[in-house]
Design a protein around this ligand. Structure first.
Ligand SMILES: Cc1cc2nc3c(=O)[nH]c(=O)nc-3n(C[C@H](O)[C@H](O)[C@H](O)COP(=O)(O)OP(=O)(O)OC[C@H]3O[C@@H](n4cnc5c(N)ncnc54)[C@H](O)[C@@H]3O)c2cc1C
Length: 414
């Protein structure tokens, strides 16, 4: 594998920005279709992460090492890796600018840098993260600290937060709560621990079919949901969090909450270099067709993963469906054929409501249910052991060994 860091302008058939779930999956799917394609992936990160596993690390089920591999190990053998960040796009000239100022020229471009976690949006958070019982499974370093903090807490108040949408895996803020509560329940500590869930949303989940099962678990764990309640600042020393919410007259009210454990999910936004580019929509996300995933203005650019400005659930499960469509559409564009307009917004969120049971929410655009299996095999609206086994065993296997390698499981191309 060639790692290029220091040459002048180079030209490639396909350049992929980001070697995360989307970038690697689409590279493999492309090379599976045409092994002769000259594909280059640009990403500064030494390591690639299976982020869906971080919930299980925070719940004491996985070791962190199960979620991490060297980027070099996941880049397809015949692709090149440029170990740098992309700083800017010049789509009219088919070039991207690297952090060192060098240009890379492409015929076809895939944009997949994920999204940005905005830790700074919550005052005082950064300076206390990883200390004072303040943690986040969304932070690359902190899911082990979540598990440590959960085990240490014997009594007091545990507070879990969820910011406004869009966020990646909208169920993950709750998953942290359920797995923690189940640990306290198993260790007969639950009566001593007051659990609160503060969400900026008006309900537990955006798709109503999955709400009753989640409500029953909130009840079982004695957890109180606080809707339309948004974390604005944290003081780690005094273990105090401030939440804002609007009353019936739309007046903003601040509320102080003391905590012993605080699991924070930060607000999330499009990466700055995307938002500032000619490729962004009015909200800063990548402006693609929701069905073909091709850029609306530039017909040699596609997007995949969390960065796209489509109203699907931002999940690795969505990437699994998107990668073959993007790969196929690039091949079609090369062959001057029409684009496939078939992405239906599929995404999936396995809600780990207890250690051993999952509510598997699968849905597409508009909250339309998109179950993979018939209900006699798996009823996604209920907590089941089958779905837990998928989350803990099948999905990681599918991710590392199929999705990242171009084996397109359960993906219809029609
Ligand atoms: C706690 C947690 C739980 C989750 N649970 C689930 C789940 O149960 N099921 C599920 O399906 N999904 C889940 N997800 C979501 C899933 O991990 C993401 O949706 C998925 O990783 C998105 O893939 P991506 O390629 O868009 O972004 P990422 O996988 O985040 O990859 C983005 C890549 O782009 C690179 N990059 C960034 N900026 C630049 C730049 N300027 N230049 C070049 N490269 C750049 C980064 O280094 C990174 O390697 C979860 C996520 C989290 C955090």
């Amino acid at each position: 594998m060639e790692t290029q860091t220091n040459k002048a302008m180079a030209t490639y058939d396909v350049v992929i920005v980001g070697a995360g779930a989307g970038g690697i999956a689409v590279a493999s799917s492309l090379l599976k279709r045409d092994r002769e394609l000259n594909v280059t992936i640009i990403d500064p990160s030494e390591n690639h992460f299976y982020q869906p596993g971080w919930t299980l690390v925070g719940g004491g089920v996985f070791d962190f090492s199960q979620t991490e591999r060297e980027t070099a190990a996941v880049i397809p053998k015949s692709a090149k890796w440029i170990k740098q960040a992309v700083r800017a796009f010049t789509p009219d000239k088919n070039t991207v600018t690297l952090d060192d100022g060098k240009l890379v020229e492409y015929k076809y471009l895939v944009v997949s840098p994920g999204l940005t976690l905005d830790w700074d949006a919550i005052e005082g958070l950064k300076s206390t993260l990883g200390n004072n019982g303040v943690t986040s499974n969304y932070h690359v370093d902190l899911s082990p600290y979540t598990w440590e903090s959960v085990k240490q807490l014997k009594k007091g108040k545990a507070v879990f937060t969820q910011p406004p949408m869009p966020i990646k895996c909208a169920g993950a803020p709750q998953k942290a709560l359920y797995l923690s509560a189940h640990y306290w329940e198993r260790n007969r500590l639950l009566d001593n621990i007051n659990i609160q869930f503060h969400t900026a949303l008006p309900s537990l989940f955006g798709v109503p079919d999955f709400v009753p099962a989640l409500q029953s678990y909130m009840k079982r764990y004695g957890a109180s949901p606080h809707f339309n309640s948004q974390l604005v600042s944290v003081d780690g020393q005094s273990k105090t969090a401030i939440f804002s919410s609007n009353n019936e007259n739309q007046e903003t009210q601040m509320r102080e909450v003391k905590f012993d454990l605080l699991h924070v999910v930060p607000p999330q936004r499009a990466p700055q270099f995307i938002a500032e580019s000619a490729l962004a929509d009015s909200n800063g996300w990548l402006d693609v067709s929701h069905t073909s995933l091709r850029h609306r203005q530039y017909d040699n650019i596609w997007g995949i993963g969390d960065v796209i400005g489509a109203p699907n659930a931002k999940t690795a499960a969505a990437v699994r469906k998107q990668a073959p469509i993007v790969a196929e559409n690039i091949i079609r564009r090369i062959g001057n054929q029409p684009q496939l307009e078939i992405y239906d917004g599929y995404g999936a969120c396995p809600l780990t409501v207890e250690k051993g049971k999952v509510v598997l929410a699968e849905f597409g655009y508009g909250g339309k249910l998109k179950p993979t299996f018939p209900s006699w095999i798996l009823d996604g609206s209920m907590a089941t052991k089958t779905a837990w086994n998928m989350k803990a065993h099948l999905f990681p296997y599918v991710y590392w060994n199929m999705m990242l390698k171009g084996h397109e499981l359960l993906t219809k191309m029609e």
